[in-house]
Design a protein around this ligand. Structure first.
Ligand code: 5AD
Ligand code: SF4
Length: 455
């Protein structure tokens, strides 16, 4: 690993020493993990990190384009950050991630030509060369249309993580589903699973560094292993990871309902380290809309999965994504969505108004739902969800939960429980940082549980 780093990174390092970089990340956890990798590369190059873009020598935006709103946000931020050129004309502006991938040089034109560096999520490891090119005053734009074969090599570079006790691990990239609303297959490419040895090695390294909880990431993690010459089931990977000494908790996001097969559910029941939480997007409760979305399951099948999950993990905290106002969605269809929400009683729900994405089939459907209808439905959905969350939170009172304490702030230990709830305890026991500790819950809000230590 050292050899790879020195060969590709350190050799370009000299002139960057003492320089400052400001990084702004939009979008999903895949982007957060990519930014951790970018930070690792920049740190190796000698960059320091700053929270103040005005003093940066390099401003980097890792972008998202899943809906129109993130698109607009990214453009607004570029508009703001370009002012840096008036403060320090040598500052470079770099843009990567999904919007860069989707728009390429067009994005630079829209931004008034202020972008110096642009790259794909496929070629993060080319950043040193791209910076060098930009330093010479040239535009350094390298958007690849496809991922290179050696894509996983960049996973051998060091990362800079926010927290020492838990870590994301990207296990697959891209998506082979064809959801008619979704831009991701265009921006992240076809499904590629990371080789098992590479995953296990990274986890072993992380455990050595003190990581207790790992969070497996992928657009569609439950499909991991399907694209290997000899396919390997995702459940096998879960058992293998659980065997690594020191792995105390395992999470994975995001799953696709039909790929959450019986063997995965069985593994979730059998492996004690797997968290009592699962994010399983359903997108709509109407079978008619699910079909139009090209989601290959029905409401009934989704509910059946949830039942099976609850059999093996009775306390599982469920979360999901849902889209409101997909083209053609009628009031009846929407009521089916509300019904599904009532039945499952999610502890967290991420709801989005349908947003047409360029080049996706649904954006061309003729029966687009007017925005005021989407907004009105969204209000009703949020009201329902608020009521459910308030009711569900109460069940935690008197229960013992097991947070992994990751921060000490203002006289409090703060950590996330197995159910993915923030837990706060008034205590000065800093020795408990990085440990999974029983806490008796005394007060329960929707997002935060407060209680006392049981140790
Ligand atoms: N409009 C609205 N929401 C979308 N999502 C994906 N594409 C769109 C779109 N075009 C939502 C889905 C997905 C989440 C990450 O974003 O719910 O699960
Ligand atoms: Fe946004 Fe999707 Fe790209 Fe994540 S994969 S950054 S959600 S467009």
């Amino acid at each position: 690993m050292e050899k790879l780093i020195s060969k590709n990174l350190v050799s370009t390092n000299r002139e960057e020493k003492g320089k400052k970089v400001f990084i702004k990340t939009f979008g999903c956890q895949m982007n957060v993990n990519d930014s951790e990798r970018i930070k690792g590369i920049l740190k190796t190059l000698g960059y320091e990190f700053t929270e103040n873009w005005r003093e940066a020598d390099l401003i980097l935006l890792n972008t998202c384009t899943v809906r129109e709103k993130p698109d607009r946000k990214v453009l607004a931020y570029i508009g703001e950050y370009r002012k840096v050129k008036g403060i320090n004309p040598n500052t470079k502006i770099g843009v990567c991630g999904c919007l860069a991938q989707r728009m390429g040089e067009e994005l630079d034109k829209r931004a008034g030509g202020v972008i110096d560096i642009m790259f794909s999520s496929y070629n993060i490891h080319h950043l040193p060369e791209l910076i060098q090119k930009a330093e010479k005053g040239e535009k350094a734009i390298e958007i690849l249309s496809e991922p290179p074969k050696n894509e996983w090599e960049m996973f051998e570079y060091p990362t800079v993580r926010e927290n020492p006790y838990w870590s994301f691990i990207t296990i697959m990239k891209g998506c082979d589903k064809d959801c008619t609303y979704c831009i991701v297959p265009q921006t992240r490419g076809r499904e590629r699973s990371r080789p098992i040895r590479s995953i296990i090695n990274e986890i072993k390294e992380l455990v050595k560094e003190g990581v207790k909880e790992i969070h497996l990431l992928g657009q569609n993690v439950t499909a991991w292993g399907k694209d290997f010459e000899t396919p390997i089931p995702f459940s096998y990977l879960l058992y293998k990871i659980a065997e690594i000494e020191g792995v105390e908790r395992i999470r994975f996001t995001t799953g696709y309902p039909t790929d959450l097969t019986d063997d995965v559910i069985k593994a979730m029941g059998e492996i004690p380290q797997i968290a009592d939480a699962l994010h399983l997007p359903f997108q709509s409760g109407s079978n008619r809309i699910l079909k139009l979305m090209h989601r290959y399951y029905t409401k009934e099948e989704y509910l059946e999965k949830i039942e099976k999950l609850k059999e093996v993990k009775p306390n599982i905290a469920l979360s999901a994504d849902v889209i409101v106002g997909f083209p053609g969605e009628t009031e009846e269809d929407f009521l089916e969505t509300l019904d599904l929400i009532e039945k499952v009683r999610f502890e967290q729900l991420f709801s989005f108004k349908y947003s047409p994405r360029p080049g996706t089939p649904a954006s061309e459907y003729s029966d687009q739902v007017p925005d005021d209808v989407k907004t009105e439905r969204m209000h009703r959905l949020l009201e329902l969800q608020k009521r459910i969350m308030n009711q569900e939170a109460k069940k935690y009172i008197g229960r013992v939960v097991y947070p992994l304490f990751e921060r000490y702030e203002g006289g409090k230990l703060v950590g996330r429980s197995s159910e993915n709830k923030w837990v706060e305890v008034e205590s000065d026991r800093k020795d408990l940082l990085g440990k999974i500790v029983p806490v008796k819950v005394e007060r329960a809000g929707v997002y935060v549980l407060r209680g006392r230590l049981m140790v």
